[in-house]
Write a protein that binds this ligand. Structure first.
Ligand code: UTP
Length: 275
C-alpha cells in the first residue's frame, strides 16, 4: 500500500568529523553494513520498494552503493568472496533507487520538501538512517504501516527518553488511545527539560501523508533557523490527525559516537552473521 520511502541523507554529519569529511555519515558501517542499508532493508521489510533519497554534495558513495560495481563484481565472480555481496545484491534486486539533491542544508523539513518531486501525491515512509532500529519481529516501519492502514493519517515513531535528554529531540504530548498509541496535540523541537510537554521523543521513522508538502511550503524557519519537520507536523496535527506510536524494538542513535559504538557492539553480538 505504501510503496515509497524517503531517505533524507544530505546532512553534514559534523559529529563524526573527520570521518565524514569526504564520506557520507550514512555510509559508516555498523560491523559490515552501512547505516543506510539497514534503513533500506527495514523499508523493504515493510513492503516498500521505491527508495527516494535526498542527497547532497559529497554523497555519491550512497548512490554507488545501491548500484552494480562491475569491476569489483567481475573480479570476485565465481569465488567464495561473492557471498559477501549477497545482502546488497538482494536489496538492489528488490527496490528501485531515485535521487535528488538538497542544494542548501536548510533542515529536515526542507530536505523532506525537496523530496516531493520523488514522492508525488501519496503517503510515504521516512527513514533517518542514523537512527538504527532493530527488532526480532516486524521492523519499526512495518509496525507503523499496519497502524497507517487503520488510521490513514501521519504516524510518528516515539520513544521515552530520560527527562534530562529532551533537548536532543522533538517531544510530543497527546491523548493516549491505548497503550503506546497517542493522538498528538502538542509537539516541541528540542525543548529544555522544564519546557518539555512530556518525555516522549520523536525518533527517525515516520509515515507521512502528502499534505505535509503544502504545510512545509508554508512553514517558516524555526529552531536553529532551519525548517523543522516538527513544526509542520504540529500544524498537521492541529488541522487533522497525527498519531504517535511507541514502537517495539531497540533503537540506537548512530548520529552520536556513544550510540554508534553501542550499536556496533549490539549488532556484532546479536545480529551479525559471518559469511
Ligand atoms: P541531523 O541534524 O541529525 O544530521 O539530521 P546531521 O546534520 O547530518 O548531523 P550533525 O548534527 O551535523 O552531526 C537528521 C537527519 O536529517 C538529514 C540528515 O542527513 C539526517 O539524516 N538532514 C538534515 C538533511 O537531509 N538535510 C538537512 O538540511 C538537515
Amino acid at each position: 500500500m505504501i510503496k515509497k520511502c524517503l531517505f533524507p541523507v544530505a546532512g553534514y554529519g559534523t559529529r563524526f568529523l573527520p570521518a565524514t569529511k569526504s564520506m557520507p555519515k550514512e555510509m559508516l558501517p555498523v560491523v559490515n553494513k552501512p547505516l543506510v542499508q539497514y534503513g533500506v532493508e527495514e523499508a523493504i521489510q515493510a513492503g516498500m520498494n521505491q527508495m527516494a533519497m535526498v542527497t547532497g554534495r559529497g554523497k555519491r558513495a550512497i548512490t554507488d552503493h545501491f548500484d552494480i560495481s562491475y569491476e569489483l563484481e567481475h573480479q570476485i565472480a565465481g569465488s567464495t568472496k561473492e557471498n559477501y555481496l549477497a545482502s546488497i545484491r538482494e536489496v538492489i534486486d528488490q527496490a528501485s533507487f531515485t535521487m535528488t539533491r538538497q542544494r542548501e542544508m536548510k533542515g529536515l523539513g526542507h530536505a523532506i520538501l525537496t523530496g516531493e518531486t520523488l514522492i508525488g501525491n501519496e503517503p510515504f515512509g521516512v527513514v533517518l538512517s542514523d537512527d538504527l532500529c532493530i527488532n526480532d519481529g516486524d521492523g519499526v516501519l512495518a509496525q507503523m504501516v499496519k497502524l497507517y492502514k487503520q488510521f490513514r493519517c501521519s504516524i510518528i515513531a516515539i520513544q521515552e527518553v530520560p527527562n534530562d535528554q529532551t533537548e536532543k529531540y522533538g517531544i510530543i504530548a497527546g491523548e493516549a488511545l491505548k497503550e503506546g498509541l497517542y493522538r498528538v496535540d502538542d509537539m516541541v523541537e528540542k525543548p529544555k527539560p522544564e519546557d518539555a510537554p512530556s518525555n516522549m521523543a520523536i525518533i527517525g521513522r515516520y509515515i507521512l501523508t502528502p499534505d505535509i508538502f503544502d504545510i512545509l511550503r508554508e512553514t517558516p524557519p524555526g529552531k536553529g533557523g532551519e525548517i523543522q519537520l516538527t513544526d509542520a507536523l504540529l500544524t498537521q496535527a492541529q488541522n487533522g490527525c497525527v498519531m504517535a506510536y511507541a514502537f517495539k524494538g531497540r533503537r540506537f542513535d548512530c548520529g552520536s559516537v556513544d550510540g554508534f559504538v553501542e550499536a556496533t557492539n549490539y549488532v556484532y553480538e546479536n545480529v551479525y552473521q559471518e559469511v
